[in-house]
Write a protein that binds this ligand. Structure first.
Ligand code: 9MR
Length: 342
């Protein structure tokens, strides 16, 4: 009898140990990933993780200017809509990325010519058509992406060159087109770049003083295991002090930032990465709940990362899931952090 009871207890124990726990069940804020529609369609493991592990979705590329507005008189929302369909079918929030950027701009825009009014009309039309198309589907937008250089000056781009005050105007136009959307300014690498950080804070103050709608700051968080915690903490603190919603919008933690071709993803590199992820999650937990828009990973598995594709760094392992889409050990460390949550 005793043995049967013991057996039963062990069995129950195993069942409960065997049950998967998800980050999304344990943290009170959304946990997202940027997604690629081709991988969703072609790779079952990718689709499975995308479906089960996240409750927020960003299109990694397919809502950007070049993708949705390939010709002056033609919008193409097919791929962006695929992401929306996937997110809706799996009850996920959708975050829009991005309305105005200096990268991934279609050729016709870079070659556009006209006076300031014509440029304004062109950008306004782009922003409003895209925002209207996804209205009611996206919760928020990265309205302007990466407008400042590291020294805090305005980045030279076709937008800063041709449209005076383009940042404020872009927020205003986005708001007119989708008054319910939470509007973000999104940027990277503020840690260790106090002038860039200050430029962003100045922008927020200026827009608020002019009653231009800005509701959130996206901190991309493309960081690495050597990123300094004090610098990250200072960026998070200063951003949070604005009172705006805070989104860690493109999180990944590189382990081989110098792209060493002999790099091995050893246990100690994994440990350093785990510690940095814990630091990031703990820092996010310390942000007041009403400002927590969520944490978004920049794609799902290591092999999907832009660091491998776009940056051509084959020995990089920056994400939560390994090459076979297995959870890395750091996943359970993050789950443990959630103990005091939800
Ligand atoms: O991950 C994106 C990659 O697939 C594209 O080739 C690249 C083009 O510049 O953009 C990447 O996403 C960027 C994001 O839109 C804005 N912040 C930096 C991201 C990484 O470069």
């Amino acid at each position: 009898m005793k043995n049967i009871l013991l057996g039963l207890l062990i069995c129950l124990g195993q069942i409960s140990f065997g049950q998967e726990s998800f980050l999304t069940d344990h943290f009170p804020f959304p946990i997202g990933a940027s997604l690629n529609p081709r991988l969703l369609a072609e790779n079952e493991s990718y689709e499975y993780r995308a479906k089960t592990e996240f409750n927020s979705v960003t299109a990694e590329n397919h809502m950007k200017m070049m993708m949705v507005h390939p010709e002056a008189n033609r919008f193409d929302f097919n791929k962006g809509d695929e992401i929306v369909k996937f997110a809706q079918a799996t009850q996920k929030r959708i975050h829009g990325h991005t309305l105005v950027w200096h990268n991934q701009v279609p050729k016709w825009m870079t070659e556009f010519s006209g006076d300031a009014q014509a440029w304004e009309n062109m950008l306004k039309n782009h922003i409003q058509e895209v925002a209207k198309h996804f209205k009611g589907q996206v919760t928020g937008w990265d309205v302007v992406n990466e407008a400042f250089l590291d020294d805090g000056t305005l980045r030279p781009s076709i937008w800063s060159k041709n449209i005076p005050d383009y940042i404020a105007k872009s927020f205003q136009w986005a708001h007119e087109a989708d008054p319910n959307a939470i509007l973000f300014y999104n940027d990277y690498g503020q840690d260790g770049k106090p002038k860039k950080m200050q430029a962003i804070l100045n922008l927020v103050k200026e827009l608020q003083a002019r009653q231009i709608p800005i509701h959130g700051l996206g901190l991309q968080m493309h960081i690495n295991i050597h990123s300094k915690n004090e610098e990250l903490a200072s960026v998070i603190h200063q951003s949070q002090a604005t009172g705006l919603a805070i989104h860690f919008s493109e999180l990944d933690i590189a382990v081989n930032p110098k792209n060493d071709s002999t790099f091995v993803y050893t246990e100690s590199a994994q440990e350093a990465q785990k510690n940095k992820y814990e630091f990031i999650f703990q820092s996010y937990q310390s942000i007041p709940k009403k400002q927590q828009y969520g944490i978004t990973f920049w794609n799902v598995g290591d092999k999907d990362s832009w660091l491998r594709g776009y940056f051509k760094r084959p020995k990089e392992y920056p994400l939560l899931f390994d090459e076979s889409y297995r959870r890395k050990p750091l996943y359970s460390s993050l789950l443990n952090l959630s103990k005091n949550e939800k």
